[in-house]
Ligand binder design. Structure first.
Ligand SMILES: CCCCCCCCCCCCCCCCCCCCCC(=O)SCCNC(=O)CCNC(=O)[C@H](O)C(C)(C)COP(=O)(O)OP(=O)(O)OC[C@H]1O[C@@H](n2cnc3c(N)ncnc32)[C@H](O)[C@@H]1OP(=O)(O)O
Ligand SMILES: Cc1cc2nc3c(=O)[nH]c(=O)nc-3n(C[C@H](O)[C@H](O)[C@H](O)COP(=O)(O)OP(=O)(O)OC[C@H]3O[C@@H](n4cnc5c(N)ncnc54)[C@H](O)[C@@H]3O)c2cc1C
Length: 662
């Protein structure tokens, strides 16, 4: 291994805490870190994982094809039971497809979970083993060309025919063609298809059906089905997002996944689930996972790259006539990166929280207790929107902080960005999800107005909040939380009162709601912001015996919170809650905190513990040997394979010399 760049080594030598110990905290315990590292090390030693063609030097069809090669490698190993632990499978896949979507990604994250959570016991017994053993490969086919958000308006129909005990799947219009599902175009031979179920002329709304799309013998498409790839996208090159059109395709009655609703042979519809949104359950799962696994990890990787590079990159002068400093020593560079790094830690702890909460509440739901479903839906929707947007903006900030080299694919940042930013749209567009959370906030506000107690994430709405901010220079977590509570409660209340006032003035509720929806999305964002601050503070409180780590995390917590206050200053001050003096103090504390955190910046990103292969970045290499590897990268570029490029003979030569050697 090459020697570490001394500029990076000196950063590591100067850290005030043990990065390993912080990694344990982030992973959820030392045992988890050890296991993750074992899985990653095994994958990294495997030439099938690391030895393929260079991602950036392939065309898109080649990128897809190579991803399928890797998928087969993965599936062969998974069939041996090697990845029966979901965490192992997850770490392995992250190493195999770093910041890429696997062609079988939807199979593992949505198809299989839908089969497991939406099937009757008999159906589960039939389908889940086939899917787990990759005897069938499936996707989750819900969105249509005309509708992704409004699920009530899905046009694909599944019309029941009692005589033959069959459903007939049909795409009646152009806009009803399924559009976007990952792995649908070329990879999958099955799909869970979400279609509006019609029995004896009555529409029962969206239900899940398992449908075969392609032959298991030769992958040819089943009669009546048209399926294909939707073409190149902003990113997601390795996955075949697809389209799917049905022409009166018949499937047996038993292919309706019947955990939540049963259709009897004579066409009698029996709803079993207590909540009519039971068919939406897979979306809640994915939203809850996106927070840590997509949004936060993307941001953590971008921070790792930008912070390391900022300690290797030297430019300009700090002391007149002095040596060129590391660019991270400029205060403006710290201002670009350190608040983003602090957000990353904040999102991480919320991500751990929502992942755990999802599994806890889902367990209750499986036992028939759906009391906490609205809370889970609201919090997972809100956090998905809040963190994916924050990460998207943070990754772009990291790219800008890397100057010119940040624009090169060699930085790894464009790939991280394009993969992550899709998370603002898929699994529920962010504004739409904020408005779902807003419904919950509105209900909770009305409860609080009636003097009822609100609980869980909205408990603060029925509390008596302070009228005056008591935040002082020590920035104690309690006073910070109180400030964020006040802001969120005020914005929720303001929006709620406006809906009420508009209604009182004669507007119908839906109109009053739409006229207040900008305020409500801001209230939902403020609520999420508060929640993320709260979960960060909870983590600090629950930490044991690690004074050095506690110290640096407290600084990050304070930076995250103070930076948030300065960015949304009006929300905290306009009602006289926070004084101008307090705001000025907070602004200055941001600068002090950055100076405090600066010596630990590299250690804080090292703690994310990403192997170079996953980062995929010349700028963010662990050894910091950036320039020689940038040079090597350029030499490997396909355009440099010949001294004179073909285009010269085709176009330039005739123009310059009047003749052609072709
Ligand atoms: C240690 C390591 C361990 C690791 C282990 C684990 C490793 C695992 C690794 C995993 C790695 C992950 C990687 C991810 C990669 C992802 C790739 C994915 C690619 C993307 C896939 C997709 O992109 S796939 C399509 C998603 N497409 C949507 O996302 C549609 C949005 N659109 C809607 O979702 C609805 O359209 C919308 C708006 C709700 C309105 O629905 P609607 O009109 O029916 O309902 P209304 O608005 O009228 O609301 C009426 C009442 O229903 C309530 N409600 C609504 N939804 C509810 C719900 N879900 N649950 C409960 N209640 C709900 C609501 O709160 C109201 O309640 P109330 O009345 O009390 O207020
Ligand atoms: C990379 C990627 C992968 C995907 N993978 C899958 C998949 O595997 N399976 C699948 O089924 N789908 C998939 N999708 C589709 C995805 O789930 C939808 O695109 C997403 O839910 C958004 O819906 P839409 O496209 O209809 O957006 P639209 O709803 O058309 O959004 C357009 C604009 O309208 C606004 N808007 C819409 N409704 C409202 C409202 N009620 N109130 C306020 N504003 C509103 C939105 O905020 C947005 O600004 C994928 C999409 C992408 C980009």
């Amino acid at each position: 291994m090459a020697a570490v760049n001394p500029d990076l080594q000196s950063e590591r030598d100067g850290a005030t805490f043990d990065t390993n110990k912080l990694t344990f905290l982030l992973d959820g315990g030392e045992g988890m870190t050890e296991r993750r590292r074992e899985v990653e090390a095994e994958a990294l030693a495997d030439p099938e994982v690391t030895g393929g063609p260079h991602y950036h030097f392939m065309s898109r069809p080649e990128q897809y094809s190579d991803a399928v090669r890797k998928a087969v490698h993965y599936m062969k190993q998974a069939k041996t039971g090697k990845f029966d632990n979901p965490a192992d499978a997850h770490w392995y896949r992250n190493t195999l497809w770093p910041n890429e979507m696997a062609p079988i990604g939807l199979h593992t994250t949505m198809f299989l979970p839908t089969l497991e959570n939406n099937s009757s016991p008999e159906q589960k017994e039939k389908w889940a083993p086939l899917a787990k053993d990759f005897k069938i490969i499936g996707t989750y086919s819900q969105t249509e060309m005309g509708h992704g958000t409004n699920l009530k308006a899905l046009e694909t129909t599944a019309t029941y025919e009692p005589e033959l005990e069959q459903f007939i799947l049909h795409s009646p219009t152009l806009s009803s063609i399924k559009w976007w599902p990952g792995g649908l175009g070329k990879t999958s031979n099955f799909a869970v298809v979400m279609a509006s179920m019609i029995i004896k002329g009555k529409n029962y709304g969206m239900h899940p059906f398992i449908v075969q799309l392609r032959s298991l013998e030769d992958h040819t498409v089943i009669t009546g089905i048209e399926v294909g790839d939707i073409g190149p996208k902003f990113g997601f090159n390795t996955i075949d997002n697809g389209y799917l059109k049905f022409d009166h395709v018949r499937i047996p009655r038993e292919n309706l996944l019947m955990k939540n609703a049963v259709v009897e042979p004579d066409g009698t519809y029996v709803r079993i689930a207590k909540n009519e949104k039971a068919a939406y359950s897979t979306m809640i799962f994915v939203r809850a996972m996106i927070v840590l696994e997509v949004a936060t990890r993307g941001l953590a990787q971008a921070c790792t790259i930008a912070v390391r590079y900022s300690c290797v990159r030297r430019q300009s002068e700090l002391v007149p006539g002095g040596p060129e400093p590391k660019v991270l020593d400029f205060q403006t560079q710290q201002y670009k990166l350190l608040p983003v790094l602090a957000s990353c830690y904040a999102y991480w702890f919320s991500g751990l929280f929502i992942r755990m909460t999802y599994f806890q509440i889902n367990y209750e739901i499986q036992q028939g207790n759906i009391d906490l479903l609205p809370e889970l839906h609201a919090v997972s929707s809100g956090l998905k929107a809040f963190t994916s947007y924050g990460s998207m903006a943070g990754i772009e900030q990291c790219r800008l902080a890397c100057g010119g080299h940040g624009f090169s694919q060699a930085s790894g940042l464009p790939k991280i960005y394009t993969t992550m930013t899709a998370g603002c749209t898929y699994e529920g567009e962010n504004s739409v999800l904020y408005l779902q959370m807003a419904r919950y906030l509105m209900k909770s506000f009305l409860q609080a107005e009636k003097g009822e107690t609100t609980t869980n994430s909205v408990a603060y709405l029925s509390k008596k909040n302070l009228d005056k901010c008591v935040l002082g220079a020590t920035l104690s977590p309690d006073t910070i939380i109180a400030a964020y509570e006040h802001r969120a409660a005020r914005l929720v209340r303001k929006a709620g009162l406006r809906v009420n006032a508009l209604e009182a003035a004669g507007k119908p509720y839906h109109e009053a709601w739409n006229l207040t929806s900008v305020q409500f999305t801001k209230a939902a964002e403020a609520h999420c912001h508060y929640f993320v601050v709260l979960k960060f503070a909870d983590t600090l409180e629950e930490m044991e015996d690690e004074a050095e780590i506690h110290n640096v995390l407290l600084q990050l917590f304070q930076l995250y919170a103070c930076y948030g206050i300065t960015n949304y200053a009006a929300d905290f001050t306009e009602d006289g809650f926070m004084s101008q003096e307090q705001l000025d103090m907070v602004r200055l504390r941001v600068l002090d905190l950055m100076a405090d955190i600066r010596p630990n910046a590299v250690a804080l990103v090292d703690s994310f513990d990403y192997p170079d292969h996953i980062l995929g970045s010349v700028l963010g290499r662990y050894d910091g040997n950036v320039y020689e590897n940038l040079y090597k990268w350029a030499k490997d570029s396909p355009l440099n394979k010949t001294e004179v490029h073909d285009s010269y003979y085709k176009y330039l030569q005739p123009m310059i010399t009047g003749k052609s050697n072709l």
